[in-house]
Design a protein around this ligand. Structure first.
Ligand SMILES: Cc1cc2nc3c(=O)[nH]c(=O)nc-3n(C[C@H](O)[C@H](O)[C@H](O)COP(=O)(O)OP(=O)(O)OC[C@H]3O[C@@H](n4cnc5c(N)ncnc54)[C@H](O)[C@@H]3O)c2cc1C
Ligand code: SF4
Length: 351
């Protein structure tokens, strides 16, 4: 990497990072894309097209292991034996939650991020959606309206390929630059016809979806195999890997570094308030970080500002608070992963 000079650094390669990389490289900027997880190629879509009987647990998975390692991720409908390689282990990435306001943090730390696991439903927001909170008197009025964002919807839909029906334009779900929509099956057609007869001003329609019905940019139209969340080697659904990253690479301006290869450390600063934090603290000091151990909430708030400063030596904080309930203000903990990256950096064994 030495000798490189980048115009922009994009952190993360999910839907947002992939788009940022494509737009910036196409404008001629030299871009470094940093992804904390491992690299993924279509060869990693190991569950694609694999029948149930070829899975050890017939697709149902090892429930004991899921309870232990994936208690949060496994609550997501798309998690399962054919897809578990795309999800982080909750046992290695715990985070604090307020029991009164529980939060399921679904994560996929790998090249492409959640663009590999997402459901691909892509309706536009319509004019009414940008105004309804103002009309109802809730929150802050949007600083933009539908007409401001319409050209960007066009731009994105045309590039990623969104299929959808165009017969019913509504202020809730405007028709966009869609590829032809998928056909309804017999049951759906029956229900749609019945609704049309009984309620002439209403329609049952198919939601716009980032799945191709026509070939686009070297990607094949969908062959309707079904379980998209396992990955799609024909690139028929939009993901960073099928769409934005290849476009960015084609400019010759993109360098991708996946961090989980033992050579690079995490980006940003991470703190831990697990018991493991103290180990991390010693390793951080040994690596020349300005390391502090914090036990008081007011100090933590103050030090979080310090962590954001770009001048001075690299800083690192371990947080140790004795409380029954995790504190919501604390950052996410990636303790085990970070410790292993530090150890690898120092040439120590990883455990
Ligand atoms: C099962 C499921 C179904 C969904 N269905 C839909 C749907 O139908 N329609 C819809 O609009 N949305 C859907 N979503 C939501 C959608 O997937 C997300 O909103 C979208 O992926 C967010 O994009 P992102 O780029 O912000 O984050 P992500 O796609 O999560 O990408 C973040 C990337 O950044 C990396 N990263 C994080 N921190 C660092 C760091 N410090 N250094 C380097 N890299 C880092 C991560 O590893 C990851 O690769 C769904 C999500 C899930 C899980
Ligand atoms: S997008 Fe189509 S071809 Fe790709 S996995 Fe989904 S159903 Fe199969």
């Amino acid at each position: 990497m030495s000798g490189y000079d980048f115009d922009a650094i994009v952190i993360g390669s999910g839907i947002s990072g992939g788009w940022a990389a494509k737009e910036l490289t196409e404008q001629g900027l030299k871009v470094l894309l940093l992804e904390r997880g491992r690299s993924i190629t279509p060869a990693d879509y190991v569950g694609e097209h694999k029948p149930a009987w070829e899975f050890h647990f017939r697709q149902l998975g090892d429930r004991k292991r899921y309870e232990r390692d994936y208690p949060i991720q496994s609550t997501c409908y798309a998690f399962g034996e054919p897809t578990e390689q795309f999800w982080i282990k909750d046992s290695e990435h715990p985070y604090g939650q307020d029991p009164a306001r529980p939060f399921r943090w679904i994560r996929g730390n790998h090249l492409g991020g959640k663009s590999l696991m997402w459901g691909r439903t892509t309706p536009r927001w319509g004019p009414i959606n940008f105004e309804e909170n103002k009309r109802d008197g809730h929150g802050v009025d949007w600083p933009i309206r539908y007409d401001d964002i319409r050209p960007w919807y066009d731009h994105v839909e045309e590039f990623i390929g969104v299929s959808g029906q165009t017969e019913y334009d509504s202020p809730f779900a405007p028709v966009g630059r869609f590829q032809p929509g998928m056909l309804m099956n017999a049951c759906e057609t029956f229900v749609a016809d019945s609704i049309r007869k009984k309620f002439p001003d209403r329609r049952l329609t198919i939601a716009p979806s980032a799945v191709l019905t026509r070939a686009l940019h070297g990607r094949a139209p969908c062959h309707y195999c079904g379980p998209c969340e396992r990955g799609c080697s024909t690139g028929s659904y939009f993901s960073s890997i099928s769409s934005t990253l290849p476009a960015a690479k084609a400019t010759g301006n993109l360098t991708i570094v996946t961090l989980d290869n033992g050579q690079y450390g995490e980006t940003g600063h991470q703190a831990s308030h697990t018991g493991r934090g103290i180990d991390l603290h010693r390793i951080a000091e040994a690596s020349g970080f300005a390391a502090v151990e914090l036990t008081d909430l007011a100090d933590i708030t103050r030090y979080r500002r310090e962590l954001l400063r770009l001048d001075g030596p690299p800083r690192f904080a371990t947080i140790r608070i004795s409380t029954e309930t995790p504190v919501r203000a604390l950052p996410a903990r990636d303790g085990v992963h970070l410790k292993n990256r530090f150890r690898a950096h120092l040439g120590l064994g990883v455990n």
